[in-house]
Design a protein around this ligand. Structure first.
Ligand code: HH2
Length: 376
């Protein structure tokens, strides 16, 4: 089929009126956007072209007809199916995530992921759990977070703050594996926050059930480890590495570019053998993003629901909150972190990655009740 290859991404910006009504959507990646624009506009839709993207308020039937005329029946069917799925996911509850053992029940209510940073240099809590009393301090911290209501623990051994020094594989294994093993042995659901295939494999071996990959799926070997283990996979948007990401924070349209990155990432997961039912997506707040980018992504977070996958958000104690709160240090960003958690839940987030578990659990309970209009 000519002109509408698999790289076409349909992003729903607004489906507020429900499945049968016109929706605002954006088509990216068509090889001949001008051709599509002219046939689409001929059907009466107001179509705006911005670079390679086409934005319109339209019905799916009109979109399907236009793509059919421009690129053929096969393309039309595939684009219409993607648009219908995105519209249906817009307001539906997120699905649960399949793991190597059991499920992550993101379909029931938004879940809280407690952060266990086994690092000397993380931006908000570096050194608290490592190297002192290793691994006991980190294990005790993880247990405390579960007692406070964390549904899953995210154990990481490498800081990703902008400019952080890379950690050698051996050292990251030393930090992470005993902590994951002890927490998994006591029945806790554990995710490993790593970009290294060897660390992911070792953590999955000792009981982790999810890999949180802040590289955005940059390493095919890591994807293969996840696929082989049948583990859950957290696909996060980023650019470059912690050393380079600050200078890569430039976007024409941050929501569009993050969405298209994640759409292609989901295709790469599928090609690597990771079933889509195992994947969670995350906009990667603070990763190659300015404060303004983070805020726009949080405001428009609902669009990421269009993949039909649970959406994770990590805003906890991040630097943009310090800037909004008059230069508050990491330890003084609780209210900002909770405000973001509530906003994210209101926009359909399924998983909140946080430092302050007890307070977030209470905030999420209320925000979820408001979002659903129901106290249960
Ligand atoms: N943020 C951090 C680390 N891992 N993973 C996901 N999925 N989403 C995030 O937003 C995210 C993440 C950075 O926070 P933190 O772990 O507190 O700091 P550091 O990387 O310095 O250890």
């Amino acid at each position: 089929m000519d002109g509408a290859p698999a790289a076409v991404v349909v992003r729903v910006e607004d489906a507020g009126l429900g499945p049968g009504a016109p929706v605002r959507l954006v088509v990216a990646g068509a090889s001949d956007p001008e051709r599509l624009r002219s046939v689409w506009a001929a059907s009466g839709a107001a179509v705006e072209r911005v670079g390679q993207r086409l934005r319109a308020t339209t019905t799916v039937a009109d979109l399907e007809r236009a793509v059919g005329r421009a690129f053929g029946r096969e393309a039309a069917t595939s684009v219409a199916a993607t648009a219908r799925a995105a519209i249906a996911a817009w307001s539906a509850p997120p699905p649960a995530v399949e793991l190597s053992q059991g499920m992550l029940p993101t379909d029931a209510r938004p879940l809280v992921m407690g952060i266990v940073n086994v690092t000397p240099d993380s931006f908000s809590d570096g050194g608290a759990l490592y190297p002192r009393d290793h691994p006991d301090a980190a294990v005790a911290h993880g247990r405390r977070l579960v007692a406070e209501g964390a549904d899953v623990l995210d154990v990481g051994g490498e800081s990703t703050r902008p400019g952080a020094e890379p950690v050698a594989v051996d050292e990251e294994l030393r930090r992470v594996v005993p902590v994951v093993a002890a927490l998994a042995d006591s029945g806790m659901m554990v995710s490993v926050d790593t970009t290294k295939p060897a660390v992911a494999a070792a953590a999955l071996d000792v009981g982790a059930v999810l890999v949180n990959d802040v590289s955005g799926g940059a390493d095919d070997d890591l994807l293969a480890v996840v696929a082989d283990a049948g583990a859950g996979y957290l696909l996060m948007h980023t650019r470059g590495t912690p050393a380079t990401m600050a200078e890569l924070a430039h976007y024409d349209d941050v929501v569009a570019e993050v969405y298209e990155f994640l759409a292609h990432g989901l295709q790469r997961c599928a090609a690597a053998g990771i079933a889509v039912d195992r994947v969670v997506v995350d906009p990667g707040l603070g990763f190659a993003k300015t404060a303004a980018h983070n805020l726009v992504l949080l405001r428009d977070l609902r669009q990421l629901r269009g993949f039909g996958r649970p959406v994770a958000v990590g805003a906890s104690r991040k630097r943009f909150l310090g800037a909004l709160l008059g230069g508050a240090d990491a330890g003084e960003r609780l209210e900002g972190s909770l405000a973001c958690a509530a906003a994210a839940v209101g926009a359909g987030a399924a998983l909140l990655r946080v430092h302050d578990v007890a307070e977030t659990v209470r905030t999420v309970r209320v925000a979820h009740a408001v979002a659903t209009g129901s106290p249960t």
